[in-house]
Design a protein around this ligand. Structure first.
Ligand SMILES: [Zn+2]
Length: 132
């Protein structure tokens, strides 16, 4: 991620992530509106000023699937945004090689390159540990 082309790509992914982040906050606000508990109302009132971690903590006890799904995605998006700040974005969590562009274009929050992703899926599917 040092060339000009790469930094332009990085900016694009960052924008994609930022707009998804905003959409997710809007989704979350909508889901919270439907729960309508004291907690959800409190969170809703301050949602714009809360960090992703705050939201996860405050909503840990909510059992609404929509909220949980949105939070899970929000965490992934938030983590990827942090990585763009730290210069770690786009590198595989397992082998540390650059993640294929096509993988990132399909989902800007992917954490593994194609090869490692295949292994990971295989491991999950078989629920076994593969020692590399
Ligand atoms: Zn990898």
């Amino acid at each position: 991620m040092v060339t000009k082309q790469h930094s332009a790509q990085l900016e694009r992914f960052k924008k994609t992530l930022e707009s998804e982040h905003q959409l997710l906050i809007a989704d979350l606000a909508m889901a919270l509106n439907t729960i309508d508990t004291d907690n959800s109302r409190n969170v809703l009132a301050t949602i714009k000023s809360l960090s992703c971690d705050d939201l996860v903590e405050l909503l840990a006890d909510e059992e609404c699937p929509e909220v949980n799904r949105t939070l899970k995605r929000l965490r992934a998006v938030d983590a990827s945004l942090c990585q763009t700040e730290l210069g770690l974005y786009g590198f595989c969590a397992d082998c540390e090689k650059p993640i294929e562009l096509e993988m990132l274009q399909r989902d800007a929050t992917v954490q593994r390159c194609y090869a490692c992703d295949q292994i990971h899926r295989h491991v999950l599917k078989n629920n076994k540990r593969i020692l590399l």
